[in-house]
Design a protein around this ligand. Structure first.
Ligand code: UFG
Length: 343
């Protein structure tokens, strides 16, 4: 859709985490020089192995100044954030500091060193409880928790920085990131894990005894919550396209990224049973606070503006890539960590 950008030096903040590490591999494959900045609070050093790793924190302004001053960077991709909705209500200070205040440090270092392009990881959590489905970019932003609010704050800051300082930005609002590197090199590995698909697969692999289903009395056809799962490789494609878009000088904006299909918790479990051939016992539990019944994206704007087309929109494909990764974790066959026990 656009002229492909030339090889660039790109700083990937949070490049040792789940989505960031897949992006580092992708950018390196595209011929870019990738420098990762990650404090390894939730990421894994080995996951960043496709780029050059700098261990450090966005709270360290002097480090940012040195890093951006040493060599010219053409762009920054910022994945470095705390991302657990429940935890954010218990530890709002950590979320506002790490996700919002420290992002200001990054933006100010970019400003000081004339780095004008930013692709920012935002989230569907900026919307809160939807008033209509599918959710397009015009949907009001009423986040329900400090995590979503910290991301909305950054989106607002980006708009002001563009106005005042000429920052060009793309905010990509992920719906439910899922899957793993199709080549099997990378995957999701949170500690503790809270996301549905990896937990379902830990049950399938025998690392966990059952799946707790958080609520089966929602106003949905089978009573469980509906989400829009989007393959991590497709999220990386969107970042690469957003970078091309910004390089072509087009206006900054936010895009919603999902496959535009909703699957309930029970449908995810059924798909995982088909993929793995395992039983996957369930235990019904009360609702988890703050879970909207349905979140499904309208991604027409990303298709139109970026030419984004998910390569792996099929839920079973996402689960089968994640399953291969889970089997590697279970078997201790990983560069990231040896046979990590599930919690
Ligand atoms: N679920 C269970 N049991 C589990 C884990 C999850 O029933 O053990 C259910 C949840 O209640 C929810 C669905 O599975 O209904 C999906 O839950 P996830 O935790 O996998 O994902 P969320 O939709 O809660 O959160 C994701 C991202 C957040 C982002 C949010 C946008 O992980 O970062 O989407 O609303 F903010």
């Amino acid at each position: 859709m656009f002229l492909r950008v030339e090889a660039m030096r790109i700083l990937v903040v949070g490049g040792a985490g789940y989505i960031g590490s897949h992006m580092v591999k992708r950018l390196a494959r595209d011929g870019h020089e990738v420098v990762v900045l990650d404090n390894l609070s939730t990421g894994h050093r080995e996951a960043a192995r496709f780029g050059e790793m700098v261990e450090g924190d966005l709270g360290d302004s002097a480090l940012l100044d040195r890093l951006l001053g040493q060599r010219p960077f053409a762009a920054v991709m910022h994945f470095g954030a705390y991302s657990q909705v429940g935890e954010s209500s218990q530890e709002p200070a950590a979320y506002y500091r790490n996700n919002a205040a420290y992002t200001l440090n990054l933006l100010d270092a970019m400003r000081a060193h004339a780095v004008h392009l930013l692709v920012f990881s935002s989230t569907a959590a900026v919307f809160g409880e939807p008033t209509y489905i599918p959710i397009d970019e015009s949907h009001p932003l009423h986040p329900l928790n400090p995590y979503g609010r910290s991301k909305r704050m950054v989106e607002e800051i980006l708009a002001d920085y563009e106005q005042a300082y000429g920052l060009h930005w793309a905010a990509l609002r992920y719906f439910n990131a899922a899957g793993a590197d199709p080549e099997g090199d990378l995957g999701e590995q949170h500690e503790p894990e809270t996301h549905l698909i990896p937990i379902v697969l830990q049950v399938a692999s025998g690392r966990r005894s059952e799946l707790q289903v958080f609520g089966d009395d929602y106003d949905t056809p089978d009573g469980t919550c509906i989400r829009d799962y989007v393959h991590v490789t497709d999220l990386c494609d969107a970042h690469a396209l957003a970078l091309d878009y910004l390089c072509s000088g087009r206006p900054s904006r936010a895009w919603n990224l999902g496959t535009e299909a909703g699957f309930s918790v029970r449908e995810v479990v059924d798909a995982a049973r088909r993929v793995t051939g395992r039983e996957i016992p369930l235990r019904m539990m009360p609702r988890r606070p703050g879970d909207p019944a349905r979140l499904v994206a309208d991604s027409a704007a990303a298709r139109r503006d970026l030419g984004w087309r998910p390569q792996f929109p099929d839920l079973e494909t996402m689960i089968s890539h994640a399953w291969r990764w889970e089997c590697r974790i279970r078997d201790g066959d990983l560069p990231l960590a040896k046979g990590v026990p599930a919690r």
